[in-house]
Design a binder for this molecule. Structure first.
Ligand SMILES: [Cu+2]
Length: 123
């Protein structure tokens, strides 16, 4: 009988321990948005990812050149999809329905402005 109680108490303790692990609160919420860009080559990809990662609230940015979509993980308390699109647009690329800015576009290498023709790392 005593051994049974011990076993039961141990099991309860284990369940409590495991559930307290599972309920450890996350430091902050993260959300993910996928945005269609006008990236054409590897350097476009690197440029957009770098711009996003250095902007406030963005935790992760991954651009897929196959479909030109960038997956952005962000902290919704610090930024939002509109702000993220604005970062991409000011870098010189379209972001969903937000058009690239002239200032950003002018800073791009020629090959990137011309749809990637002649880009060194063209995919
Ligand atoms: Cu490019």
């Amino acid at each position: 009988m005593k051994a049974q109680i011990k076993f039961f108490a141990g099991a309860v303790l284990l369940v409590l321990l495991v559930s307290s692990f599972a309920m450890t609160p996350v430091k902050f919420k993260t959300e993910v948005v996928t945005i269609k860009t006008s990236a054409v080559c590897e350097s476009c990809k690197a440029r957009i990812e770098k711009a996003l990662k250095s902007s406030d609230g963005v935790l992760q940015a991954k651009l897929n050149l196959d479909d030109k979509k960038v997956m952005v993980k962000y902290n919704p308390e610090k930024t939002n999809p509109d702000q993220i699109r604005a970062v991409i647009a000011s870098t010189g690329y379209d972001a969903d329905n937000v058009k690239k800015t002239d200032e950003g576009f002018k800073k791009l290498p020629h090959c990137c402005q011309k749809g990637g023709a002649g880009c060194e790392h063209k995919e």
